[in-house]
Design a protein around this ligand. Structure first.
Ligand code: FES
Length: 122
């Protein structure tokens, strides 16, 4: 189980939900399941409209992450993933702050998910 807290100016207040880690649901899927409207268009990692900022709230080391190739390209093109962050993600499994909700698989860790409600703007 993981606590996922959604925070956005478009929400009346922060919303915390429980997500089952390991069911391979994307963060966008978890948001939709709970009625949280993260902007999205392609749902395939290509448009960048589902940009989010993820903060890991657990004290332990972040779980191993996996950025899809589409996520790497889209975040880089939009200036949300530096070469240093990409290298850190690929060699040290250290997650970058900005992610795509349609590509992010929920892990067994508590996270804060921030988004603006504007497509492609964190
Ligand atoms: Fe297009 Fe996520 S909805 S990148």
């Amino acid at each position: 189980m993981a606590n996922v807290t959604f925070s956005a100016p478009t929400l009346e207040k922060d919303i915390t939900v429980y997500a089952v880690a390991g069911d391979n649901k994307t963060l966008l899927g978890v948001a939709k399941q709970h009625g949280v409207a993260i902007p999205c268009q392609c749902q395939d990692g290509q448009c960048g409209s589902c940009l989010i900022k993820v903060t890991i709230l657990d004290d332990k080391r972040p779980s191993g992450i996996h950025l899809t190739d589409k996520e790497k390209v889209t975040l880089s093109v939009n200036g949300k993933l530096t070469k240093a962050q990409l290298a850190d993600a690929e060699t040290n499994d250290m997650p970058p702050p900005y992610r795509l909700a349609c590509q992010y698989i929920v892990r067994n860790e508590d996270i804060l998910v921030e988004f603006s409600g504007e497509p492609g703007v964190e």
